[in-house]
Write a protein that binds this ligand. Structure first.
Ligand SMILES: C[S@@+](CC[C@H](N)C(=O)[O-])C[C@H]1O[C@@H](n2cnc3c(N)ncnc32)[C@H](O)[C@@H]1O
Length: 758
């Protein structure tokens, strides 16, 4: 065990100690007094230092550091000569008059302490630093402690010191002023009161103005302003750690009675002589254990001290890196580990039949800060770190799946609702239209995500726009697409396909996959052109055609065009429609991209024309508390119960008279999907009130496409064609199209057979 103790923390503000001053504190080794050789007293060594004037005061500010250096040297010399049991020490209560001596002691104790130097911004290699820099460091550190100690007294704290009797006698006898002469060691304690409402310890403010008005405060603040002083940053951090530790401690109602060890230090020459132990154990005996429910708390940055405190009944509650918010990439980044430690009240210790270590229930296991492999795993062991990382990854995976659609994107076709479709009307709810269905869904499950609503409107098996009509029909359709206008469009893409395939060395097993093939016109033009160009190099049975199509009506159209006849039940193989094309290729229809079999032998060539712009979208609005999703609400349900539409409702933009059956409303709380814009710095840079649209399905399809064109040989390609702005963030991009004309896209009209595109 080493007792080279030098702990510190930024100052707390204590409540007045009870009966301070009434207790006599004196621990002496008087039995050693007689045996001490009179000629080597510490008093003589220190007082004889050249920088101390007969009055004991330094000549000037600049001589201050010389004074302390000489004191240290004197004490260091003495340390060699005086064995431990020959010291003439006593532990005594200090008064405010001693604040400069106490500060001097702490300045000498903490001169090389990494944490103190870190918070004061005085880290330096003393052997290489200029005299000026070292003087500044000494001055700043001294005034830091002077201010802290003065404040401690102002707030009723208790400071005890180990004094050398001979030195004190010498000072008194010869009339020296001792304000610059250190004690051998000091410890400063605050008594703190628990605020049960705020769940924190509060500091009595009544006298703190005294400390703040004192010149020590001005001097410290002035010197600190010249330095990278970070001391103020640490109070909130340490308070938070302490509050979280306290919240987990089983204190049996003893929270109120806490003693906080703010500072303890011995001058370097006196280390290893058991002074720190005296300072802690005598304080605990006299003040802490005098009351059965008093307990202690401290922070220690020196790992050497951990064992020391443990022997005195303390236990580590938490170890953390106070420096961790600093830029870890910086070459000079050094972690500074701090132990947060506590000592249970006597009442709890004495109730325990077991030994001290059992009585002290560790609230968080302590682990070595640095693993033997040289890596830092925070407060975890390597094993715990790995399992925590695994847990976090699995959570992220789940979240990713939710975002990508396992739940929130593909939310409804399979999962929604229990409300029956027309084919299954055994339930009493009357559902005769998509409006009925959506109204029932919303009444049962609450407002719907816009994408869920759109998905029902577009692809519900019984009522969907694509699933029940042919929007591309020459007579009854709503829109026309490029392949339908001229075969040149598809033929050009056929040429692109041929040249890509040829450039890849004529792969001999290929799949041409089209997402949303409409009437099949594009595929027909592409395959015909490709066949003409590649005829001699690949046979038709080596080319497969895959069509991803949600609409049974359009599947029939495609079969008619590519295979010469509509689909029939005899075309079902392995539960998929499959037919031979007029050129001899196998054509397979898949309802979703998930049905595509991953077969790495194929080189896949993917086409998607006006497919992405036909997918459902989600819409979000930025509020002061983050992104909020726009949800589809059933207006009569809201009006029936509330009389008015809720504030924040955005339907006014879409429907001025608010008489539509469905309207958009901004979700008052976050939804699982509102995390999606939260994750994007591009979206987060937008101002409050911004509205954005995100097509979450698009990412899902794009990922599938990417995996398909990345086969073993690296062959394959995708050609995606869509129309719209090439840059900018989409907002308000929904367009209704009805009979070849644009319409304001009211939600109700999405239901009523209006096509839409973005
Ligand atoms: C705007 S049309 C484009 C048709 C064709 N590509 C063209 O250019 O003529 C959209 C096509 O995607 C299909 N579709 C829409 N949503 C789909 C989905 N979720 N899964 C598969 N196909 C879908 C429609 O049935 C339709 O064939």
């Amino acid at each position: 065990m080493s007792e080279e103790i030098h702990d510190s923390c930024p100052k707390g503000k204590p409540r007045s100690p009870r009966s301070q001053g009434k207790r006599a504190m004196s621990v002496s080794t008087a039995d050693a007094f007689a045996s001490r050789p009179p000629e080597v007293t510490i008093a003589e060594k220190i007082i004889k230092t050249p920088s101390l004037s007969p009055s004991g005061e330094p000549q000037s500010d600049s001589s201050e550091s010389d004074s302390s250096d000489s004191s240290v040297e004197a004490l260091a010399d003495l340390n060699k000569d005086v064995p431990r049991d020959e010291l003439l020490t006593s532990v005594e209560l200090c008064s405010v008059k001693d604040y400069r001596r106490i500060a001097k002691t702490l300045q000498m104790a903490f001169e090389q302490d990494p944490f103190t130097n870190y918070i004061l911004g005085t880290e330096m290699d003393d052997s290489k630093s200029s005299l000026k820099a070292r003087k500044h460091k000494t001055k700043l550190m001294t005034s830091f402690f002077e201010f802290a100690i003065y404040e401690c007294f102002s707030l009723g704290g208790i400071v005890i010191a180990v004094k050398d009797r001979a030195l004190e006698a010498e000072i008194a006898m010869k009339g020296y002023k001792a304000s610059r002469v250190p004690f051998l060691g000091v410890s400063c304690w605050y008594h703190m009161e628990y605020d049960h409402d705020q769940l924190t310890y509060k500091y009595p403010q009544s006298h703190s103005f005294l400390a703040n008005m004192h010149p020590t405060s001005l001097k410290f603040n002035f010197l600190a302003s010249l330095s990278r002083c970070r001391s103020k940053v640490f109070s909130p951090l340490l308070n938070d750690v302490r509050d979280s530790v306290v919240s987990k401690l089983n204190l049996n109602g003893s929270r109120d009675n806490m003693w906080y060890l703010a500072d303890i230090g011995t001058i370097p020459a006196m280390r290893g002589k058991g002074l720190a132990k005296k300072l802690v154990s005598h304080f605990c005996d006299t003040f802490v254990d005098a009351s059965p429910n008093s307990w202690c708390y401290l922070e220690s940055t020196n790992p050497v001290n951990r064992k020391f405190y443990e022997k005195l009944g303390f236990a580590v509650a938490k170890t953390f890196d106070v420096n961790e918010d600093d830029d870890e990439d910086q070459a000079d980044h050094k972690p500074i580990y701090m132990d947060s430690m506590f000592r249970y009240p006597k009442i709890i210790k004495s109730h325990s039949n077991d030994n001290q270590s059992t009585a002290i229930q560790l609230i968080e296991k302590r682990h070595p800060a640095i693993h033997e492999n040289g890596l830092y795993y925070g407060k975890f062991t390597e094993e715990e770190y790995q399992s925590a990382a695994k847990y976090v990854k699995s959570k992220l995976q789940k979240l990713e799946n939710e975002i990508k659609g396992e739940k929130n994107i593909r939310e409804n076709i399979e999962e929604y609702p229990i409300v029956p479709s027309p084919a299954n009307r055994s339930r009493k709810v009357k559902v005769e239209s998509l409006s009925d269905l959506l109204a029932e869904i919303i009444k049962t499950n609450g407002p719907l995500s816009l994408s869920a609503y759109m998905r029902q409107c577009l692809t519900h098996p019984d009522y969907g726009y694509y699933t029940t009509s042919n929007p591309l029909d020459k007579y009854t359709g709503d829109f026309v697409t490029s392949p339908e206008i001229s075969s040149v469009f598809g033929e050009m893409i056929g040429i692109w396909l041929f040249s890509t395939w040829a450039n890849q060395g004529n792969p001999q097993k290929i799949r041409i996959i089209e997402f949303g093939p409409g009437k099949g016109t594009l595929m027909s033009d592409v395959v015909r052109t490709f066949n003409k160009l590649a005829k001699s190099r690949i046979r038709s049975d080596q080319i497969e055609i895959c069509l991803i199509e949600a609409s049974p009506i359009l599947r029939d159209e495609q079969a008619q065009l590519l295979c010469g006849s509509k689909l029939s039940s005899s075309d079902i193989k392995d539960s998929l429609y499959s037919k031979s094309s007029i050129w001899g290729n196998t054509v397979t229809w898949l309802e979703t991209e998930k049905d595509i079999v991953d077969d790495t032998q194929y080189a896949n060539y993917i086409l998607a024309h006006e497919f992405f712009d036909a997918l459902p979208i989600k819409s979000f609005q930025k509020s002061d508390s983050g992104w909020r999703e726009l949800l589809v609400e059933h207006s009569p349900s809201v009006l029936n119960t509330q009389g008015v539409l809720p504030a924040g409702d955005s339907s006014a933009e879409l429907s001025p008279d608010l008489e539509t059956e469905f309207h958009l409303t901004v979700s008052p709380k976050d939804t699982p999907s509102s995390l999606i814009p939260e994750l994007s710095s591009r979206f987060n840079a937008l101002p409050t009130g911004s509205r954005i649209e995100i097509c979450t399905d698009a990412e899902l399809y794009a990922l599938k496409m990417a995996s398909l064109i990345n086969n073993e040989q690296g062959n394959g390609a995708a050609l995606i064609v869509d129309y719209g702005l090439s840059s900018g963030i989409p907002s308000n991009s929904l367009r209704g199209i009805y009979k070849h004309k644009f319409h304001v896209c009211l939600l109700d009209q999405l239901i009523k057979e209006i096509g839409y595109m973005r």
